[in-house]
Write a protein that binds this ligand. Sequence first.
Ligand SMILES: *Cc1c(COP(=O)(O)O)cnc(C)c1O
Ligand SMILES: [Zn+2]
Length: 409
Amino acid sequence: MSFVLGLKCRECGREYPTEPLHVCEFCFGPLEVRYDYDGIKRVLTRSLIESRPANMWRYRELIPIDGDPVIGLHNGFTPLVRAENLGRELGLNNLYIKNDSVCHPTLSFKDRVVAAAVNKAREFGYDTIACASTGNLANSVAAHAASAGMKSYVFIPSDLELSKVLGTSIYESKIIGINGSYDDVNRFCSEIATVFDWAFVNINIRPFYGDGSKTFGYEIAEQLGWKAPDNVIVPVAGSSLITKIIKAFKEFESLGLIENVNTKIFAAQATGCSPVTTAIKAGKDDFIPVKPDTIAKSIAIGNPADGYYGIRVVKESGGWAEDVTDQEVIDGIRLLARTEGIFTETAGGVSVGVTKKLAEQGRFGKDEVTVLSITGQGLKTSEAVEDHLPNPVIIEPKLSVFKEIQSSL
Ligand SMILES: *Cc1c(COP(=O)(O)O)cnc(C)c1O
Ligand SMILES: [Zn+2]
């Protein structure tokens, strides 16, 4: 049973059938999935959701596929962690971490969007999946293609972290490094997509991909006991996730699953690639594209596809934005590890660093429910911290030797 009615242009409202389309041919606005919300409201209740297995498909009426999912069946429903130690350091009494650094199967929130996109691509009849990626999407596309028995081509900037490359090639995906930034890769892929009949998850089937992100928001609301938080801090790359979290809360509200959504959305970027946060801080409606230069490579998109809408959701929600230097990214990764025992990648370091900065600016009420989005795994970007940590002390297995050095550890 599907509740998808078709696609609709976000700008002019023109309607399109459920096809692999992503831009309006009249005004070039992005297309979004249209749902039969009245139909969903009649069937989807809190208790039905709670009766289902702990994965993203418990919200399946709100994920845009027609049949039953066949790929990525275990993705999502990651922990929402009460962060008392970090909260104490930041002066926040109700701080939570939504921890997608342990999302199944490739340890980033991209497993949500890819699960939605690959199932839809199969329904459309594609046998090949492709993407332009800053690393995590590549990992997830390659893994899901392998488990679906589909071919995959992933295009990445040639200078990505070793683990992001290895975490793609292990699945025997065709992996192509491009000399250039992600924005060059993306432009090139748009060209390839017009010639090859492949499902580019973040190009021609982007509307379906994007709605996989909503599950990050649904889970936060359910895990807070069916309540929207007061504040959410979100790391921003192409600006898909940041627009979908608030959409998730609003959908739950209109379906009667939660009440009183007044969530403020806060955007987090690295100073070396901050088109969205710079625009918000300057009070502008749109961003100026930049050339990325930061260790936070997974979110280094200088010309974000949904940047305009990302800026808008932050403004309309009454939130704000900040960016942090590479040193603050490293400090953020270490702060989260030291206080909460969670090892996140550079994008998570951005989230933590920005949350600290915003807390110092007094942007959050002390007792408000604040959710920090951790979207990726630290072991994938070990380069960022390896030179900042002490090496193990190497000794012979002798008690006397250990006793000698123990007090200086
Ligand atoms: C892709 C990504 C994001 C943000 O993605 P959007 O393009 O803004 O939806 C955030 N964190 C990590 C780790 C990512 O890989
Ligand atoms: Zn249009």
